[in-house]
Design a protein around this ligand. Structure first.
Ligand SMILES: [Fe+2]
Ligand SMILES: [Fe+2]
Length: 194
């Protein structure tokens, strides 16, 4: 798949206007449409027609990053772009594929897409009180499985454990993809997200 490696320069970091949200959506969908993988069309359909993925915030409370409208998609696109930038040598040497980076970067937090709803007042709230917290990664994998997206083992592990080091605990063995998404998730949350 085609990709470009320009350094990532986000929109004004702590908010998005309507045009920026629209640009984010268009860019996000352009990249995802370039992924040739079974089930990707179901994922696109889910994001566009069944959830507020492109307008909802990444979080609605607490000291979390990207807490503004459009913040979730902005963050996911940001993680993807940092992965391309930081992982450039790995991509150029064929150790990581741009397609895996697109899937993991763009979709690692897909489970948050149905987590929030917007009140008539404009305020975003949790749709329902979460009874159990599985973790973003675990819920994202469940959702992608439901949507029928074909994933490699490395992609699955990278999404599942993007918040922690469950894989290889004690052995120090992490896949390149897992290490990259963890690093870039934190980079995007820290650099652009407050
Ligand atoms: Fe996450
Ligand atoms: Fe994230």
């Amino acid at each position: 798949m085609k990709y470009n490696n320009h350094p990532y320069r986000p929109f004004q970091p702590n908010k998005l206007n309507t045009v920026e949200m629209h640009c984010t959506q268009e860019e996000f969908l352009n990249i995802l449409s370039g992924v040739h993988r079974q089930g990707i069309i179901n994922v696109i359909h889910y994001l566009v027609d069944q959830t507020p993925f492109f307008t909802c915030p990444n979080a609605v409370a607490g000291d979390h990053h990207h807490k503004w409208e459009g913040g979730l998609a902005q963050h996911c696109l940001g993680v993807y772009k940092y992965m391309l930038e930081v992982g450039k040598e790995l991509i150029d040497s064929g150790k990581l594929s741009p397609e895996s980076i697109a899937i993991v970067g763009l979709l690692h937090d897909i489970s948050k897409a149905n987590k929030y709803e917007k009140l008539p007042s404009g305020q975003w709230i949790h749709r329902r009180k979460p009874l159990h917290w599985d973790g973003d990664g675990r819920r994202s994998i469940k959702l992608l499985d439901m949507l029928g997206l074909e994933l490699t083992l490395e992609e699955r592990e990278a999404i599942l454990c993007h918040m922690h080091d469950e894989i290889g605990k004690g052995t120090g063995k992490h896949s390149l993809l897992h290490t990259l998404v963890r690093r870039c998730d934190r980079m995007d949350a820290g650099r652009n997200g407050r």
